[in-house]
Design a binder for this molecule. Structure first.
Ligand SMILES: C[S@@+](CC[C@H](N)C(=O)[O-])C[C@H]1O[C@@H](n2cnc3c(N)ncnc32)[C@H](O)[C@@H]1O
Length: 388
């Protein structure tokens, strides 16, 4: 097993659960986590991990834990780097300090400059890459060729974890498939591909399973499932336009990423989903459902109308879960988003755990996950369900 130090992205609660689910499918495990990092043991290579995980932005080799930052001196740093130094070409190196003070950042920078001097004495050409902040972004790491040369320093309580970056998230590919696909919903608040991928991964990583999104919209979840390697992919939506968009997006994806899957995308009202799929035939249902008219919701100043919307949506979700109960396989899982509206600082939830549980489902999360970005009126509560 390899021991890695992972840096998690902004929605770290979601990223942590994604990681735990993916690792549990391959006998790996999380040894330690903080808000924005995890130490794990895993069988995969760093590249294999980053290719799967949507919520992890850097994968580093774990090196050691030090008690004091002053233990990080030039000789330790040199030892960490030495196997990857090139004798003839320029060696870019840098570091990222997480969860610590600017003062300590400045102190490490001084050590880094001393190291540069030592490298020169040892006849290595080098360049120290520093950014505006204590943390170098994945973009800076990739563009400055810092893979194997960026030291990760993470303050965890009174200790410091050290690692060396092996790979970073492929931000170019994420941006490309988000922006360049034929149909994309330009309304603010659309589901980013990274989040769609994390939803799929909350089920663990077993691409032999069949996967259905019964509110597929323009197909973001199905797209990420296909990229992950799922082969039995089903999508449906009440809108024929949405179905057409999904088909075109997946067709575009297949061509651009050379992928093949058994795709079935159809117009279906979720209320009739059980008439379109055989009993017990679906292993995973992963969906961001209809969440109400976003523009109407954002204009509401009182909770009165929102409570009506809440009731209507709860009825729709309840019906959906009644139908899911029929088509889901006995060991199947449901990953489902329930919107949360905010009015005058108060959160209005659409998830009623008791009602869903009465249908025979068990809520799987130990820690609730709410995903939102600052400007959003509607937050997303991400849930995972299995049969009791
Ligand atoms: C929030 S969008 C899903 C967006 C999708 N996650 C994506 O990335 O494109 C919700 C979708 O639910 C569909 N919808 C609304 N009511 C439905 C119903 N009763 N049955 C099936 N689909 C429905 C809408 O047409 C819409 O495309």
């Amino acid at each position: 097993m390899n021991k890695y130090l992972l840096i998690l992205g902004q929605s770290s609660a979601l990223a942590r659960q994604e990681l735990a689910a993916v690792l549990s499918s391959s006998n790996g495990q999380i040894e330690l986590t903080g808000t924005n990092f995890a130490v794990i043991s895993a069988n995969q290579t760093p590249q294999e991990l980053i290719n799967i995980l949507g919520g992890t932005i850097k994968v580093g080799q774990y090196i050691q834990t030090i008690k004091n930052l002053s233990d990080l001196n030039t000789s330790l740093w040199y030892d960490i780097l030495k196997n990857n130094l090139k004798p003839t070409s320029k060696n870019c190196f840098g570091f990222s300090l997480y969860n610590d003070s600017n003062n300590n950042y400045q102190n490490i920078k001084k050590v880094a400059f001393q190291l540069k001097k030592i490298l020169r004495e040892k006849k290595y050409k080098s360049r120290l890459v520093t950014g505006q902040e204590a943390v170098l972004s994945s973009v800076i790491v990739a563009k400055n060729k810092l893979l194997d040369h960026e030291l990760l320093i993470i303050k965890n309580h009174e200790e410091y974890l050290l690692g060396i970056t092996r790979t970073v998230q492929d931000f170019v590919s994420y941006g490309f498939r988000d922006m360049a696909r034929p149909y994309r919903d330009n309304r603010s608040g659309m589901l980013p591909p990274k989040v769609a991928r994390m939803l799929v991964n909350l089920a663990g990583y077993d691409t032999n399973k069949s996967l259905l999104d019964p509110f597929c919209g323009s197909g973001t979840i199905l797209q990420e499932a296909m990229l992950l390697g799922y082969k039995k992919i089903y999508g449906s939506d009440i809108s024929s336009q949405a179905v057409e968009e999904t088909k075109q997006n997946l067709d575009w994806l297949s061509k651009n990423f050379a992928l093949k899957a058994d795709l079935k995308i159809k117009v279906i009202d979720v209320k009739n989903i059980d008439q379109n799929f055989e009993t017990n035939s679906i292993d995973l249902i992963v969906s961001e459902p209809f969440m109400g008219d976003a523009r109407f919701i954002s204009q509401q100043r009182s909770s009165h109308n929102l409570l009506t919307i809440q009731k209507d949506l709860q009825n729709l979700y309840q019906t959906a879960f009644e139908k899911f109960q029929k088509i889901l396989s006995p060991a199947g899982q449901i990953i489902f988003i329930f919107p949360v509206f905010n009015i005058a600082g108060q959160d209005i939830y659409t998830l009623d755990k008791k009602n869903i549980s009465r249908l025979g489902f068990d809520y799987q999360l130990k820690e609730d996950i709410i995903y939102s970005r600052e400007d959003q009126k509607v937050k997303r509560q991400i849930t995972v369900w299995k049969f009791k």
